[in-house]
Design a protein around this ligand. Structure first.
Ligand SMILES: Cc1cc2nc3c(=O)[nH]c(=O)nc-3n(C[C@H](O)[C@H](O)[C@H](O)COP(=O)(O)O)c2cc1C
Length: 167
């Protein structure tokens, strides 16, 4: 687990190879084991294989070139009615997303987190694309596929960011 955390990188080049459905299920299962405020688990996941819908996502979210190669896109959505305070869905969905990236890495898959700014035009357009109900918000996309690149990690530990007891 620690080596997964230390070795995972965003992957932006993918092999033309389908991802097995049991691996997708494991990734989604990992997402659903994430912590959430008051254990409300305010998430939904849209698994997209349809190339025309993936292309449309890519047109709307402009930083997703790798989706031309990635065989699967998973859109993480937050349910605003579930958490005590609706802003918590952002943290809960982030925890779920990170679990997905780590689980995928352990399954020899590559991923790339594709951010969606809340209440932006991009979020609005994606809401329409996926027919999301009123109180369901798109949180992020995750490109998934077999990696066609190897990326090394560099040391990121930084003592100067750590404060003891107070700032
Ligand atoms: C909230 C968020 C939004 C991101 N959005 C994008 C994106 O739109 N396109 C992209 O290529 N990478 C995106 N990334 C991936 C980051 O660029 C990447 O995590 C960062 O450069 C660190 O590299 P690493 O993931 O390889 O450690 C996003 C990551 C996060 C956490």
């Amino acid at each position: 687990m620690l080596s997964t955390i230390f070795k995972r990188r965003s992957i932006r080049k993918y092999l033309d190879k389908p991802v097995e459905s049991d691996k997708i299920k494991t990734i989604l299962r990992a997402a659903m084991y994430a912590p959430s405020a008051d254990n409300t688990r305010p998430w939904h996941f849209i698994v997209v294989h349809d190339r025309s819908i993936i292309a449309e996502f890519q047109r709307i979210q402009e930083w997703a070139n790798m989706l031309s190669e990635a065989p699967v896109l998973i859109v993480v959505c937050g349910d605003l009615d579930k958490p005590h305070d609706e802003v918590y869905y952002l943290e809960d969905c982030a925890a779920a997303t990170q679990n997905m990236l780590l689980a995928a890495y352990e399954l020899q898959l590559g991923t790339c987190w594709l951010g969606i700014v809340p209440k932006s035009k991009c979020a609005e357009d994606l809401k329409k694309l996926f027919n999301l109900p009123d109180r369901i918000e798109p949180y992020c996309g995750v490109a998934v596929g077999y990696p066609a690149q190897t990326r090394e990690t560099r040391e990121r530990y930084n003592e100067s960011l750590i404060h003891t007891n107070t700032w």
